[in-house]
Ligand binder design. Structure first.
Ligand SMILES: Cc1cc2nc3c(=O)[nH]c(=O)nc-3n(C[C@H](O)[C@H](O)[C@H](O)COP(=O)(O)OP(=O)(O)OC[C@H]3O[C@@H](n4cnc5c(N)ncnc54)[C@H](O)[C@@H]3O)c2cc1C
Ligand SMILES: *[C@@H]1O[C@H](CO)[C@@H](O)[C@H](O)[C@H]1NC(C)=O
Ligand SMILES: *[C@@H]1O[C@H](CO)[C@@H](O)[C@H](O)[C@H]1NC(C)=O
Ligand SMILES: *[C@@H]1O[C@H](CO)[C@@H](O)[C@H](O)[C@H]1NC(C)=O
Ligand SMILES: *[C@@H]1O[C@H](CO)[C@@H](O)[C@H](O)[C@H]1NC(C)=O
Ligand SMILES: *[C@@H]1O[C@H](CO)[C@@H](O)[C@H](O)[C@H]1NC(C)=O
Ligand SMILES: *[C@@H]1O[C@H](CO)[C@@H](O)[C@H](O)[C@H]1NC(C)=O
Length: 812
C-alpha cells in the first residue's frame, strides 16, 4: 500500500482535477447513460472503513457530529481520484483507532443522486478533501485541505493540525493533544484514575506523541502525554537523552523506559496497548487469567501462541468437509469445479499424517474421475467416510481446537482454522515447488465464495481478491499476499464484536514474534520488512514446525472408522432377514409349476360367474363419464387407470423393484385371488381399451396435473386386482415432481411384475375355459342322444314282450 501511495505521489502532480464542473456535467450524463449505476461504480466499499456518504446520511454525518469528519469529494471517473483512492484507504486503516475523535468519509460526486450534496459544499474539482469540526453547523462548508500530498503520513499530520484548530467544542472523545508540563504531571494521578501514564519525549515538530495518544484513544487504564524536549524539569528528572523516547510514569514518582525495538509510533502504540491492565474500552479486563479460563464446555488445552497445531488443521478439514460442504445437496457447475480444486489442493499440499493423506488422495482421484458433471453430497460423503474401506485411510471425526481455541464458544475456532489451513497450503506450495502460483489462492477464493458459511466474510474476501490477486506472480508472492490480506482483515476487525478479547487482532506477526519483520522508513513510518517476513512465514507454517499435540493416534482413528463401518454393516444385516423373509414368502406364493387342471377348471368357472356382473358394473360406470363428478367410493379416475395400464404395456419385464413392493402384498397371493384378479383385470382392460380413443384427450390433461392423484396406480391395482395391500401414494403437495415420478415408476414396476405373471398364467387358463364349455355342450348332446336311445330301446323291449305273451295264451 505504502509503495502504491508513493507511486501515486510521484506520478501525479499536486493539483486536483482542475475545476471543470460544467464540462464534467456533460461527461457525467454520458457516463450515467453508459453505467447503469454510478453509485455502484464508486471507488470505496463498506469494508474500507470509510463512511460512504449519500444525500440520506450526509446531514447526520456532518452536522453536529461528536467526531470531526474528513470527507473526500471525488468523481469515480477522475483519474487522479482513482490514483488517490488506495492512499485514502490506507489512511483509513492507519487511523482506524482514532474514529471516536475523527472519522473518514467519502462521497462520489459522479453519482447523479449525490450531485446536489457536492454542489452545496461548493466542490469545484476532484478530489477535494474537507475537514469538518465536531459539532459543525448546518451552514458549515468545511475546511479544504490545500495542496495535500498523496501520502498517508502527511495526511495524518494535516488531520492532527485541523483537530488542534478546534476552538470551541473539542470532540469529546479526543484526549488533549497539547504538550504537558511538570506541573500537570505532578498532580496527574490526583485527577486521573489510570494505571499507566506514558510520556513521550519529542521535539516540537514531531507528531509521534499526538499520534500515539490518538492510537490509544479506545483503550482504558492508560494515558499518553507528549513532553517537549524544552520541558527541562521533566527531561532532567527522567534523564532523557533520546528524542523521541517513551517513559512510563507511576504515582510514586518512579518511572521506567518503555522497551521497544524501534523508537517509532507503531512500536509505542503496540507496546502500550499490551501493558498489563490495558484493555479496549467496554471489553472485559485482563490477560492475566489467560490460561485458566473455563468458559467453554471442553477442558482448556494449553498451547503455545506462536505455533501451528495439526489438531486445528484436522478439525478444520472435518468441519469443512463434513459440515460446511454438507449444506450443498449436489455439486455442479461452478460449485463442482470449486470442490475439485479445493480437494486437489488439499491432496497435493496438505502436510497431513499418512491416514489423512491417503483419504484425501482417494477422494481426489474419485472426484477427478467424475465426469457426469454433477455429484451429490451423499456420494461424496461415501468416499469421505471411506466406505470402500481403502486400507490406512481416514479423516478423524470431530473438532479439537488447540491454537484456535476461543475464550467463548463463539470466538475463533473454524474461521481461525480456515486462515491457518490456507497459510499452511500456500507455504507448502512454495516449499514443494508447485507450478501455478495462483493454484492455492484461487482454490481458496473459490472455496470461500461458494461454500464459506460467513457470507459477509466471503464478500469482503472476494473484494480483496478482485482488487489485487492478479499481482501474485510467484509462489512466494502468494504467501505474502495471503499474509498481507489477512492483516487487512485483522485491521478491520480489531475491536469488532467478533474479536475474542483474549486474542486481540494485531498486525501479525507481532514484534515479539518477529522483530526483524518490522522496520521503519527514514521518515519514521512503519514498514514491513518483506525480506524478513517471507522466511518467517515459510518457517512458521512449514510442515516441520507443526505441532502434533492433542492428536488421536492414527491407529485410534482407523479403529474408530472400522467400528463405524461394522456398525453400518450390522444395520444392513439387520435389514437383510426381513428382505429374505419377504423373498421366501414370494417364492412360496408363486403358483406350483404344474397345477392340476381339473381342480382349477371347476373353481375358475364358479368364480367367473360370480364376478362377472361386478366387472360389468365397473365397466358401466366407466362409460358414464370420466369418473370425476361421480358420488362413488373409488377416488381414482379411469383415465389414470388407463394411463397406468399404458405404462405397464410399455414396460413388460418384471423387476426387482416389483419384488420389493410385493412385500406388502403377501396376503393376496393365493390361487383364488389370482384367478379372481385375473378376470377383474381382464374386464377392466377390455372396458378401458374400448374407450381409449374417446378419452385420450382427457388422459393427457389429467397426467399433466401434478401432483397426481394420491391413489392412482395403487388403487388401480386394487380396483383391478383386489390388492388392498398396496399403500396409496401420499398426496404430499411438496413432493417434487421427480420423486413422485420415481415412486410411480416403482409402483408401475410392481404392477408390471404382477401383470406379467398373470398374463403368463392366464393364457392357458382362458384356453381351457373355452375348451371346457365346448365339451359341456357336446356332453349334453351325447347325454341327450343316449337317453333318447335308452327310451327307444325300452319301448322296443316291452313291445316284444307283449307279443310273446299273446302267442303263449293262444297255444292251449
Ligand atoms: C476468508 C475469511 C474472511 C473473513 N472475513 C471476515 C469478516 O469480514 N468479518 C469478520 O467478522 N470475520 C471475518 N473472518 C473471520 C476472522 O478473520 C477471524 O478468522 C475470526 O475472527 C477468528 O479470529 P482469530 O483471533 O482466531 O484470528 P484469525 O484472524 O482467524 O487468525 C488465525 C491465526 O492466524 C495467525 N495470523 C493472524 N494474522 C495473520 C496473518 N496476517 N498472516 C498469517 N497468519 C496470521 C495467528 O496465529 C492467528 O491466531 C474471516 C475469515 C476468513 C477465513
Ligand atoms: C447538537 O448535539 C447536541 C448533543 O449531541 C445537542 O445538545 C444539540 O442540541 C445539537 N444541536 C443541534 C443544532 O442539533
Ligand atoms: C513504582 O513504585 C510503586 C510504589 O511506590 C511500586 O508499587 C511500583 O511497582 C513501582 N513501579 C515501577 C515500574 O517500578
Ligand atoms: C471446564 O469445565 C468443564 C465442565 O464445565 C470441565 O469438564 C473441564 O474439566 C473444565 N476445565 C478446566 C481446565 O477446569
Ligand atoms: C513457543 O514456541 C516458540 C517458537 O518455537 C518458542 O521459542 C517458545 O519457547 C515456545 N513457548 C513455550 C511456552 O513453549
Ligand atoms: C478412475 O478411473 C480409472 C480409469 O477409468 C480407474 O482405473 C480408477 O480406478 C478410477 N479411480 C477411482 C478412484 O474411481
Ligand atoms: C519459495 O519460492 C521461491 C520462489 O518463488 C524460492 O526461491 C524459494 O526457494 C521457495 N522457498 C522454499 C523454502 O523453497
Amino acid at each position: 500500500m505504502a509503495r502504491r501511495g508513493g507511486r501515486a505521489t510521484s506520478r501525479f502532480s499536486q493539483r486536483t482535477c482542475p475545476g471543470k464542473v460544467a464540462e464534467s456535467a456533460v461527461w457525467l450524463s454520458l457516463w450515467l447513460l453508459l453505467a447503469p449505476s454510478a453509485a455502484e461504480a464508486g471507488l470505496y466499499t463498506a469494508s474500507d472503513q470509510i463512511l460512504l456518504l449519500s444525500p440520506g446520511n450526509v446531514e447526520a454525518a456532518l452536522i453536529n457530529s461528536t467526531a470531526a469528519m474528513v470527507v473526500e469529494f471525488y468523481a469515480s471517473w477522475c483519474g487522479h481520484c482513482i490514483a488517490f483512492s488506495p492512499v485514502y484507504k490506507s489512511l483509513a486503516r492507519d487511523i482506524k483507532e482514532w474514529k471516536p475523535a475523527v472519522n473518514l468519509a467519502a462521497i462520489d460526486c459522479a453519482a447523479e443522486d449525490n450531485r446536489k450534496v457536492c454542489t452545496n459544499y461548493r466542490i469545484r474539482g476532484y478530489p477535494t478533501i474537507k475537514f469538518f469540526h465536531a459539532y459543525s453547523k448546518a451552514d458549515s462548508a468545511g475546511l479544504a485541505f490545500k495542496d495535500f500530498s498523496r501520502d498517508v503520513r502527511s495526511l495524518r499530520h494535516k488531520i492532527i493540525d485541523k483537530l488542534e484548530s478546534h476552538v470551541e467544542a473539542w470532540p469529546p472523545a479526543c484526549p488533549p493533544l497539547e504538550p504537558t508540563s511538570q506541573a500537570e504531571i505532578d498532580i496527574f494521578f490526583e485527577t486521573n484514575n489510570v494505571q499507566h501514564l506514558a510520556l513521550i519525549f519529542e521535539d516540537a515538530k514531531s507528531y509521534i506523541g499526538r499520534e500515539v495518544t490518538l492510537d490509544l484513544l479506545q483503550f482504558e487504564n492508560v494515558a499518553v502525554r507528549r513532553v517537549l524536549n524544552t520541558e527541562a524539569g521533566l527531561v532532567t528528572k527522567l534523564g532523557v537523552t533520546e528524542f523521541p523516547s517513551c517513559y512510563l510514569y507511576y504515582p510514586g514518582g518512579n518511572f521506567t523506559r518503555l522497551p521497544v525495538n524501534i523508537e517509532a509510533r507503531t512500536f509505542y502504540s503496540y507496546a502500550l496497548q499490551r501493558l498489563p491492565g490495558v484493555v479496549r474500552s467496554g471489553r472485559p479486563p485482563s490477560f492475566t487469567t489467560f490460561f485458566h479460563i473455563n468458559t467453554t464446555e471442553e477442558p482448556w488445552r494449553p498451547f503455545n501462541k506462536s505455533r501451528v497445531y495439526m489438531s486445528d488443521l484436522e478439525s478444520t478439514l472435518h468441519y469443512s468437509l463434513r459440515v460446511e460442504l454438507a449444506a450443498q445437496p449436489v455439486f455442479k457447475g461452478e460449485a463442482l469445479r470449486s470442490l475439485k480444486k479445493y480437494i486437489s489442493v488439499l491432496a497435493k499440499y496438505f502436510p497431513g499424517r499418512p491416514v489423512v493423506m491417503n483419504l484425501l488422495k482417494s477422494v481426489n482421484s474419485w472426484l477427478q474421475n467424475e465426469t457426469s458433471g454433477q455429484i451429490s453430497y451423499e456420494a461424496f460423503k461415501d468416499i469421505l467416510e471411506n466406505s470402500a474401506q481403502i486400507p490406512n485411510a481416514a479423516l478423524p471425526e470431530g473438532v479439537r481446537w488447540v491454537g484456535c481455541q476461543g475464550s467463548q464458544p463463539h470466538f475463533r475456532r473454524y474461521p481461525c482454522g480456515v486462515w491457518t489451513l490456507f497459510h499452511v497450503l500456500t507455504v507448502q506450495a512454495n516449499s514443494t515447488g508447485g507450478s501455478d502460483p495462483l493454484e492455492v489462492l484461487s482454490a481458496m477464493r473459490n472455496y470461500v465464495q461458494n461454500f464459506f458459511g460467513c457470507r459477509p466474510c466471503a464478500e469482503h474476501f472476494e473484494n480483496m481478491a478482485m482488487e489485487s490477486l492478479m499481482e501474485v506472480n510467484s509462489l512466494s508472492s502468494a504467501v505474502l499476499w495471503l499474509w498481507s490480506r489477512h492483516n487487512r482483515v485483522n485491521n478491520r476487525l480489531a475491536g469488532a464484536l467478533s474479536e475474542d478479547p483474549k486474542f486481540p487482532k494485531i498486525q501479525w506477526p507481532s514484534p515479539e514474534m518477529c522483530s526483524a519483520c518490522h522496520t521503519v522508513k527514514e521518515n519514521g513510518e512503519h514498514r514491513w520488512n518483506r525480506e524478513q517476513v517471507l522466511p518467517f512465514l515459510l518457517s512458521y507454517f512449514s510442515s516441520s514446525s507443526i505441532l502434533t499435540d492433542y492428536l488421536e493416534s492414527e491407529s485410534q482413528i482407523l479403529e474408530k472408522q472400522k467400528k463405524k463401518h461394522v456398525g453400518q454393516q450390522l444395520a444392513l444385516l439387520a435389514q437383510k432377514p426381513v428382505e429374505r423373509r419377504i423373498r421366501e414368502a414370494l417364492d412360496s406364493s408363486k403358483p406350483p409349476p404344474s397345477p392340476q387342471p381339473t381342480v382349477q377348471e371347476e373353481e375358475e368357472e364358479e368364480e367367473e360367474e360370480e364376478e362377472g356382473p361386478q366387472d360389468e358394473a365397473v365397466a358401466d360406470e366407466e362409460e358414464e363419464d370420466g369418473g370425476e363428478a361421480k358420488p362413488e367410493p373409488t377416488p381414482w379416475s379411469k383415465a389414470e387407470v388407463e394411463a397406468g395400464r399404458g405404462w405397464r404395456l410399455v414396460h413388460r419385464k418384471p423387476s426387482i423393484v416389483g419384488m420389493r413392493m410385493r412385500e406388502q402384498q403377501e396376503d393376496i397371493v393365493d390361487l383364488d385371488s389370482f384367478v379372481n384378479q385375473h378376470y377383474r383385470a381382464k374386464a377392466l382392460r377390455l372396458a378401458a381399451s374400448s374407450r381409449v380413443k374417446q378419452r385420450s384427450l382427457q388422459r393427457q390433461q389429467e397426467q399433466e396435473q401434478e401432483p397426481r392423484s394420491a391413489f392412482e396406480l395403487g388403487m388401480e391395482l386394487d380396483g383391478g386386482l383386489g390388492m388392498v395391500g398396496l399403500q396409496p401414494l401420499e398426496a404430499d403437495p411438496e413432493l417434487d415432481v421427480g420423486r413422485q415420478r420415481k415412486r410411480l415408476q416403482k409402483r408401475e414396476l410392481s404392477g408390471r411384475f404382477l401383470d406379467g405373471e398373470l398374463n403368463h398364467r392366464g393364457r392357458w387358463m382362458s384356453v381351457l375355459s373355452i375348451g371346457f364349455s365346448k365339451l359341456d355342450i357336446s356332453l349334453c348332446v351325447i347325454l341327450y342322444f343316449l337317453s333318447s336311445m335308452c327310451l327307444l330301446a325300452m319301448y322296443l323291449f316291452f313291445k316284444n314282450r307283449l307279443r310273446l305273451r299273446r302267442a303263449k295264451v293262444a297255444l292251449p
